[in-house]
Ligand binder design. Structure first.
Ligand SMILES: Nc1ncnc2c1ncn2[C@@H]1O[C@H](COP(=O)(O)OP(=O)(O)OP(=O)(O)O)[C@@H](O)[C@H]1O
Length: 657
């Protein structure tokens, strides 16, 4: 097949342009990215070979090789891993399938200055394309294990790339960079220098489990290298000096291959932890928190878990990645093992290495495995307790965590009743107590007023809509704090969590608001009874008039300013919840709700008087409808028949002129 030329997908081209114009200042990381991809490819090959005997791939010496050619100014990163088919090359290298790429690029353009853009791209990570930070041409030669033909992909990073079919390509992938001239001012170093390569590998890829080898000409090259390195060479390169002789190529393994998770915590630096995280997660930013567990006893395992500092774009998407890597005695057997982490902790990245599992255990078996379940329990608890410590110890980082992942964690209130209290201890909520600072439930309980028995909350679309809700009026007047819950998941978990520290969670928009009863004196009681009598006629009439839409019309003790509001009964499905079910394709019949009237409001008092005098006036029936419509509008809903409602309002406005 002749060479064919293809265009990059638009997003891919834009990202590449950014790489070429180097908005990311630390260019050394391109090598980390290429090694990380090579290591993944080796993992994949071994896992596939384990499952499929017929693959026919040679897995006897899996490794990564780095080859530098000083004269040609090229650098090659080679692996004998899984490789890619031609279709995969087109799909994986020519396009960017990541969700949210377009928005990300728009944000980058908005950012304007290079530093912010660098930060942003650090959050996004661009893997293979980062090669274009240091190269003006990149060639990738690859052959997928089990296939006979290879593919060569090549591009200068502008608008197009070429593809060739190659007959005798070795299995795996070799990425060759034609390096840009070194320019130390632009942090563009000489990446053919063995010293520089060693430094980068040590720094970013030391823990990679596969050997990373480099051919160096010894000892002549070492002398030359020392010269390049300057003064420092004297400290580190002891033993490399020797009589100048004809250079003999020698294979040197650059990484220690030590599994970080198997080392004692005290021996691992924060930077080492972070580099492993970046390799595992493909994130360019440091994690927020690292959790290192050594479990001993009858069932031995090590776990190294990370809480990222920002949410991936697809955290709520259908194909959201979930799970950690599962190793058995240092051998990776599964890349995303869901059985080890509950779904509500799907943002956690990391590695679990168990001593006593079978190497070819399947996903289905894992779900049932008792040891896996025990690990999952322990790791969930450990993660939650770490997050709780984060909240108390590093409030700013906790705030970042909660902003990024709070909504996901709250799903656990529904799915993991065993850890419900632990999740509630981590959680914080917006509240009427403070416009900025969220509160924990424990803090809420501490502030509860004398005579307040329950924890009050109100769900809604936004803080503003909740704060303006009529349901809140009497609670505000009495100084009772109300939690403001605005995440969709809040509608769900409040139904599942009955109490906290023995205090019931109660919606201020549900049931009777019995705020007054506790401190109410005899006089007030008599007054209330008289009022009930006075209003009995109006309530019965209105209940009949609106019976298609409401279950009951009653006097309210929660309103102080608004004329009316609509409430649900405890246990009823709220309109917002019904909307959510509908979005999930589940119709829940709309139950009737309760209309509450404020007897202290002039409109309601006036209506009562008018109804007493002219019970048959048809205008009063319309007024009843209007009051119901207003109550629905006030909580962010809408009248059942908006056209009729508008007509009634318009005619009344007209008569006011
Ligand atoms: N050496 C390789 N061997 C086999 N496949 C590879 C190799 N390098 C890249 N790929 C394939 O190309 C895909 C895209 O690589 P790229 O580095 O751009 O993104 P990524 O590693 O998936 O994610 P990120 O950009 O976040 O690092 C990889 O997911 C992998 O499937």
């Amino acid at each position: 097949m002749p060479t064919e030329t293809f265009e990059f997908q638009v997003e891919a081209r834009q990202l590449l342009q950014m790489m070429i114009h180097s908005i990311y200042s630390n260019k050394d990381v391109f090598l980390r990215e290429l090694i990380s991809n090579a290591s993944d490819a080796l993992d994949k090959l071994r896992i596939e070979a384990l499952r499929d005997d017929s693959l026919g791939a040679d897995v006897s010496d899996l490794h990564i090789a780095i080859e530098a050619d000083k004269d040609a100014r090229t650098l090659t990163v080679r692996d004998n891993g899984i490789g890619m088919s031609r279709e995969e090359v087109v799909q994986l290298i020519g396009t960017i399938a990541k969700s949210g790429t377009a928005e990300f690029l728009a944000k980058l353009r908005e950012a304007g200055d290079a530093a912010t853009a660098g930060d942003l791209i650090g959050q996004f990570g661009v893997g293979f394309y980062s090669a274009f930070m240091v190269a003006d041409e990149v060639t990738l030669l690859t052959r997928r294990a089990g296939e006979s033909q290879g593919t060569r992909w090549s591009s200068g990073g502008e608008g197009t790339y070429t593809l060739d079919t190659v007959e005798d390509a070795p299995q795996g992938t070799a990425v060759t960079l034609r390096l840009k001239p070194a320019d130390a001012e632009d942090q563009l170093f000489d990446y053919t220098s063995p010293w520089k390569i060693r430094e980068i590998v040590k720094r970013y890829s030391d823990f990679i489990t596969w050997p990373i080898r480099m051919a160096t000409a010894e000892p002549g090259a070492a002398g030359q290298e020392a010269a390049e390195k300057g003064e420092d060479a004297k400290d580190g390169a002891a033993g490399e000096d020797g009589p100048a002789a004809a250079p003999e190529p020698k294979q040197e393994t650059l990484n220690s291959q030590k599994a970080l998770w198997a080392r004692p915590r005290s021996e691992v630096s924060a930077e080492e932890y972070h580099e492993l995280y970046k390799h595992l997660s493909h994130d360019w930013a440091d994690p927020l928190e690292t959790i290192h567990v050594h479990a001993e006893g009858t069932f031995e395992y090590q776990a190294l878990l990370y809480v990222p500092s920002h949410a991936p774009r697809d955290l709520f998407g259908q194909g959201a990645k979930h799970g950690v890597q599962l190793y058995v005695k240092r051998v990776l057997i599964m890349e995303e093992c869901e059985a080890l982490v509950p779904e509500y902790l799907r943002f956690v990245k990391g590695v679990v290495d168990a001593q006593d599992l079978s190497l070819n255990v399947s996903r289905e078996i894992l779900q049932q495995d008792r040891q896996i379940r025990l690990m999952r329990r322990r790791l969930s608890k450990k993660t939650l307790s770490t997050l709780k410590d984060l909240r108390t110890g590093r409030p700013e980082d906790y705030a970042t965590f909660w902003r990024e992942f709070g909504r996901v964690l709250k799903e656990g209130l529904l799915s993991d009743p065993d850890n419900r209290d632990a999740i509630l201890d981590v959680a914080t909520f917006a509240s009427t107590h403070d416009a900025e600072q969220p509160t924990t439930l424990a803090q809420y309980v501490e502030r509860m007023k004398e005579g307040q028995r329950d924890i009050y909350y109100l769900t809604g679309e936004s803080r503003a809509s909740v704060e303006n809700s009529p349901h809140l009026e009497a609670f505000r007047d009495k100084g009772f704090e109300v939690l403001i819950l605005t995440d969709p998941v809040d509608e769900l978990w409040v139904e599942a969590v009955p109490d906290y520290q023995g205090k019931q969670l109660r919606s201020v928009a549900k049931g009777e608001a019995d705020l007054a009863t506790e401190e109410e004196g005899e006089e007030a009681k008599a007054e209330r009874e008289q009022r009930d009598k006075d209003y009995a006629g109006l309530l019965a009439w209105m209940g009949e008039r609106l019976k298609e839409e409401v279950r009951e019309v009653r006097l309210s003790s929660r309103l102080t300013v608004s004329p009316a509001c609509v409430v649900s009964d405890v246990g009823d499905v709220t309109p917002a919840l019904r909307e959510m079910y509908r979005a999930m394709g589940q119709e829940v019949p709309a139950g009737k709700r309760i209309l509450e009237l404020n007897p202290g409001h002039a409109l309601i008092e006036g209506l009562r008087a008018a109804h007493e005098q002219r019970p048959d006036d048809p205008g009063l029936g319309e007024l009843a409808e209007l009051i119901h419509g207003l109550a629905l509008l006030a909580e962010g809903g809408r009248p059942g028949d908006p056209a009729r409602f508008t007509k009634l309002v318009a005619s009344r406005l007209k008569s006011s002129l």
